[in-house]
Every structure is written in structure tokens, then in C-alpha cells.
Design a protein around this ligand. Sequence first.
Ligand code: SF4
Length: 399
Amino acid sequence: MESLKELYKIGPGPSSSHTIGPLRACKRFKNVYSDADNYLVELFGSLSLTGKGHYTDMICIKTLSPTPTEVKFHSDFLEAHSNMMYLHAYKNGEEVGFWEVASIGGGSIRILNLPKENFEVYKENTFEEIYMYISENQISLVDYVLENEPDIMEYLEEVWNTMQDSIERGLSRDGVLPGSLKFPRMAKAMYEEALASTNEIEKHRNYVTAYAFAAAEENASCNEVVTAPTLGSCGVLPAVLTYYHKNLGYPKEKILEALAVAGVFGNIVKTNATISGAEGGCQAEIGVACAMASSAIAYLHDLPNHMIANAAEIGIEHHLGLTCDPVGGYVIIPCIERNGVAALRALDNAHYAKVLGKNKPNFVDFDTVVRTMKNTGMKIPVELKETSLAGLASEVKIY
Ligand code: SF4
């Protein structure tokens, strides 16, 4: 598996595959072909169909500026991947550079016509392999991460700070989100509701929801957030961690460890299935975010490793088949609310893992649910995988 640095990426919203991926590709292309007179970016498949609402053209033009850049949208899908882009560089009217780039989810890219890069740092690829290793060596999941990435905590601190900043900003802002939906920001009002509430259960659920909305609204506003595992799902994990830190008093060190644990589960999915809505539907984004958050909570509650994995498994199991149908191509409906719902579910999942785990064996292990998610994603029609051609995107007409 790759480094957690390749899973948690800091960057501008609203979509890791549609903004961070293209941004990284354009940045690297510009470095190689810095003396080009002009660039052409061609977007294909989902990258094209939701490229406007996800601001893909804007991010490409901005990243390649001041060199003039044309962006072309093609609705057809290329065989290599559902999120494809071609980058061309021209000098004196001649093409001097060409990259074929797949934006594979969570802001990661593959340049298909260059030799494959290797970011692998973990030998193990499945939870079964990891579980065997940590059981044999009697180490925790956090020790396992540190053994493979001794300097990761410093990076996770940066990730955590960015997550907190995005939530703080989101909680303080009013008005409507960018785009033709004119969708009102809700995080601040929900946070005020939480502060004023005298019902303890309602209060705490409102805190979690407000944090999830805050990060997701900052994402929809193209501001800086963290892929966890993607930007569309960037509110789930930060929401529960902020709740445990700010409202329940868990220390920062423990929160950073929980981030590491959640990263292991996100990484397993990224390695063996997909974290791209264009490839696997929303189960691959919100479902995985929920799994990561569930494992983080289970870790914070000091549950044993098999129960942590069970919590993560429940997170995906109950999102299986979830489609991606963003209204107007914006990462707003259903995305923002979905972050809040998944954050609340993550609290329940950790609880289920603890209670059920005491009384019965887990019949669905984590690796099995990951495989199931991958196979289910392949059967979801393309219209419901980040193309805005069906589902809520075709039913909801509010713009
Ligand atoms: S519906 Fe889910 S997968 Fe699709 S853009 Fe929204 S958060 Fe991402």
C-alpha cells in the first residue's frame, strides 16, 4: 500500500478527482513543459460531464496560467478510466508534450504514457495480512503505521490542523454557496442550534452534524480541505474527530493516532477497490469515509483491533450500492447532507461493533466488504457514477 500522504491530501475543493487530481497533473506538466506557448486540456467521461460544476476547467486554467490554456469537454468515456484527461503543450505551433492522465480518485493521478510511479511503503495490502502481522508482533495499528512511516505524525498534524481550520471557517460563515443552486450554508446555524440546545442527545448530534457540514461547505466553496478519503466526503472524519477533541476532550495526540488508524482502512480500500465516485459511486466516497470515521471512533474507545475493523466494515456494508448523482454537477446535493448523515452513522457503527462484537462473530470481514463494494460499483450504471445524468441530478430541478 502507498503512504498515508497519498491518501490524506490537502488542497482546494470541491472534488479530489476533479480539482486536486487535475491540479497536480497540470502543475507537474507545467514544470516539465514550462516554456510552452500554450496548453490544451481535454477532459473525458465523468471529468468532463461534471467538470463544470466541479470547476475542473477553472483549476486547470488557473494552474497553467499565465500561459494561455484552452479546455475542451468530451462526453465520451475512454477505456482506460472514467476520469481521463489529455494534456498537450505547444511551442511555435508544434506539439512538444502530451500526457494521458487518469484521475483515479482522492486526488491521485496516473500518467499512463509515462513509466508507473511507485509510492508503496506498506508490504501488506489487506486487513487480513495486516491483522496477522500486528497479532504476530503484538503491536497496535498505530505502531504498524509508525513502523512503516516513522515521520508520519508530523504530516498528520498538518492534516489535522487543516481539517480543524476548515471546520472553524465553515462554522463562522453565512450566505450561499458558489454556483447556480444558490444553496444556503447551514453549518453556522446548526452549530448555534447545538450551543442553545438543552437536550443533551440533540445537542451532541447537532455538534457532529455542524462540523461535517462546515467542512463540506468549505469544500463546496473551493476552499482548502483534506481528502478523507476524497473531497466530496471530506466532512465525515474531521467531524467525528473534532467532536471527540472539542466536545469530549480527547487529546490531540490520541486524535492523530486515530487519523493514522482511519488511514489504514482508507488505504486498504484505495489499494483493493476504489475511492472514486466516478468508478464506484458514492459508496466509494461516503461509504469509505464512514468506515474510516467508524474505525477512528472505535480506536478512540480503545476497542481491540478486530472490533475496530468490524466498525470500519459496518461503515461500508450499509452504504453498499450508494450512487453518485450530484445535482447540477455541484458537490452540494446530496453531498453535504450525506457527510452529516455518515458522521452520525459512524458513531453508531463503533457502538455496534462493540456491542455486537461481544456477542457474536463478525460474519462479514473488512476485506470481504471491500471486495463486495468493488463488484457492486462495477454494476452501478455509468449514469449514477458522477456524471449527473440520472438519480437526484435528473429529478431535482432547482436551478
Ligand atoms: S454524491 Fe458522493 S461521490 Fe458523488 S460527488 Fe457527492 S460526495 Fe462525491
